[in-house]
Every structure is written in C-alpha cells, then in structure tokens.
Design a protein around this ligand. Structure first.
Ligand SMILES: *Cc1c(COP(=O)(O)O)cnc(C)c1O
Length: 395
C-alpha cells in the first residue's frame, strides 16, 4: 500500500458511533465502576482517548512500538533527556535546533548531564567523539537551519557498538519522507508544530520509540512530569496528518524550484538544500529519504546582518516569522531569531552566517514565491543604506 493511503487510513473511525472523524474527548477524568475498575482510562494526564489515537497513529507512521504526545516539541525532547542520569553525556549534532541547545546547556548541565557537539555529517567524528559516558546520540537530519544531512544508518551502528541510544529529531523530514527507526535509530522526536500539524495553528511534540521497554519509560516520564498534549490540539495534529503526504510533496516541489532559482542568483552566495546536486550530502539524502523537504536556506554575497534584515523585511508573501512547515511561506533570520540563544562564534562555526536566511517554502504557486524573492533582491540592490550593494549584483 502506498504511504499516502496508509497515512489516510491509519486514522481510525470511531468504533462507538462510526464517526469518520476522531472525537475530541474534552474531559479531565473518567468514571470508574469500582476503585481501579475502568474502561481503560482513569485521569486525562495519564491517558486520553483523543491523544491516545494520535499516539497510535504516529507510532504506526514511524514504524515504532510506542507513540507519546507532548505539549511542545521541546517537552518531547525534554522527556527523552530524562531517560539519562547525572554523569551521563549526550553527543549532539553541532548545528542543533537553538531550543534544544538551550535546554541541554542551561537546564541539564546543572543537573550533571554534559553535552558534546560534533559535526555528525561525518560518521568518523561521531565514532571519535563517543566516550564511555555517552548514553545518547542526538541528531537532526536535515538540520536547522543549514540543512546538513547525517547518515542515520551509519550513526546507528556506532550507537549500537557503544551501547547508547540514537535519537533523531525528524521534524524537518516528517515520516512522509524519512523513517529513522527503520534505519536503526532507537527514538524519533518531532516538533509536530511544523509539518505534522502543517497549518501554523498549534504547538505540539511527539516521541516514537522502537523498543517497547523504552516506550514504557517515556510514558512513565510523560505521566510523572505532565507535559501532555491537550485533546483539541491532539485532534488538530491528527487532522494535519490526513494531508501530510500531499502537503510535503508540494512543499518539496516548490522548495526545489526556489533553491534552483536562488542558486543562479548573482546576489546569493551559498544555497543549502539537500535536493540540489551541489549539496555535500545529496547522495545520502537521496538514499535515506523520499524527498528533501520544504526548507531552503541561503547566504548573501554581502554577508552582513544589514543586508539580511533588508531582505527579510521586504518580502511580501514570505512572512517574517519563526517556525516552518505551514501552508503559508515564512522566512527568518536565524542569527537574530531562532539561533539568538547560541553564542555568536559557536553559531558562525556551525555555519549560521550573519546573512543566513531560512525559508519555509509554503504551498502558494511557486512562480508567485519566486517573484516575491526577486522583488526583495531588487529592494536590497536599491537600498542606499547598504554599501556596495549594486556592485555585488553586477558581478
Ligand atoms: C521547532 C523545532 C523544535 C521545537 O519544537 P516546539 O514545538 O517549538 O517546542 C525542535 N526541533 C526542531 C528541528 C524544530 O524545528
């Protein structure tokens, strides 16, 4: 069965009434017939039928044993870190999501969990950086915002050899394109705020574990710490998942066209998109994923904050906002927005240049999107406040 059909039919009809849409169980508690005798639900922090349906759907999509839904992507990441104890180490991708960096560094380091960062696009770096205390390898692929690709299967082998867990933040790819558990990862996390929700109308996080025992531990953490996803937001994510394949396919078509447009533009220095043959790990991306996603990043030949700010404030269809994965196109300036919490030098070393601009290419007609970018380049060229700009365009 094709993925599209499988995804649509992974969403069950209601066995009680035949409702084709999943019911929203907006309740805090469930009546018991006798103490401890219930219909499978007792208190809605522990379990809720709408959330449970989403958890089953995402476990199926990622081909894991257990799905768990949280109030945000960061709450999901936080729950995975809680599998560790003081003295343990995390080995993480250097180009990590800013919020994950902040959580690891400013919350968990004071509890005695340390984090080492390495460029995981080369598996040898991972092999060399693991220590006897490494209990968790953390990668994103593609990364945010420079779209680096790491070889999930190769890193899974290193993790296995060292007896540590591999967790993949699969937010950028979504299960429509990439299934890390089938490549050897132990845990997948999602910011469902992005492609799974797909409409920029909610904040949610998901975990899927391959192993049932680890899934049980994570469920315990979810109930013990309480960062659950509400019934209505669970329902919104389920509704988003219904159109996931269709949306992700079109995001990819649009993003490829935008990346190709940018690559030949005279004012652009580098374009980061795994679907371009010029991308360093294009071959790995092609092998481990069915497509390249909807996020494109690029730097300007004028690598200055002023030029980037001119560009991001002059687009009309691309709205200046954090986040990605929604129907409407967005753009952001990571150095000043999503990655502001990472120290400047560390940020630049990880490839987040001062002029880096990240696009979340939406579902508008792609010609309109390209015209919008072109008119913002024109505005940059004519921006009298930025020196030598016209010369760069004429090069
Ligand atoms: C947005 C994002 C997160 C955090 O998710 P929230 O839902 O905002 O808490 C984590 N990882 C990646 C890759 C993201 O893009």
């Amino acid at each position: 069965m094709s993925t599209a059909t499988q995804i649509i039919h992974s969403i069950p009809a209601d066995p009680l009434t035949g409702a084709i849409a999943v019911p929203i169980y907006q309740t805090s508690t469930f009546i018991q017939d006798a103490p401890g005798v219930n219909k499978g639900y007792d208190y809605a922090r522990s379990n809720n039928p709408t959330r449970a349906t989403l958890e089953t759907i995402i476990a199926q999509l990622e081909e894991g044993s257990t799905g768990i839904a949280f109030g945000s992507g960061l709450a999901a990441i936080d729950a995975v870190v809680k599998l560790l104890k003081s003295g343990d180490e995390i080995l993480a991708v250097d180009d990590i999501y800013g919020g994950a960096f902040r959580l690891f560094t400013h919350i968990y380091e004071k509890f005695g969990i340390s984090v080492n960062y390495t460029d995981t696009t080369n598996v040898e770096n991972v092999f060399n950086a693991v220590t006897p205390n490494t209990k968790l390898i953390w990668i994103e692929t593609p990364t945010n915002p420079t779209l680096k690709i790491s070889d999930i299967a190769a890193i899974a082998k290193v993790a296995k050899a060292h007896g540590c867990l591999l967790c993949v933040d699969n937010t950028f790819a979504s299960p429509a394109l990439q299934k890390p558990l089938t490549l050897g990862a132990d845990i997948v996390v999602h910011s469902a705020t992005k492609y799974l929700g797909g409409h920029s109308d909610l904040i949610a996080g998901l975990i899927v574990s391959k192993d049932k025992a680890i899934g049980e531990k994570l469920k315990f953490i979810q109930n013990a710490t309480g960062a659950i996803l509400a019934p209505f937001d669970s329902w919104l994510v389920i509704r988003g998942i219904e159109t996931l394949t269709l949306r992700v396919k079109q995001h990819g078509i649009n993003a490829q066209a935008v990346a190709e447009f940018l690559e030949q533009h005279p004012a652009v220095d580098k374009v980061y998109y795994p679907g371009l043959p010029s991308h360093v790990n294009h071959d790995i991306a092609k092998r481990q994923a069915k497509g390249f996603g909807g996020v494109v990043s690029f730097t300007l030949k004028n690598d200055s904050e002023a030029a980037a700010i001119s560009f991001v404030t002059n687009t009309k269809l691309f709205k200046l906002a954090e986040s990605l994965g929604g129907v409407k196109s967005l753009l952001c300036h990571p150095a000043n927005m999503t990655h502001k919490s990472i120290p400047a030098e560390k940020r630049r070393n990880a490839g987040v240049a001062d002029s880096l601009i990240r696009l979340s290419v939406g579902l508008e007609e792609v010609e309109d999107l390209i015209n919008d970018l072109e008119q913002s380049f024109e505005a940059l060229k004519n921006n009298a406040l930025i020196e030598n700009q016209a010369a760069i365009f004429n090069n």
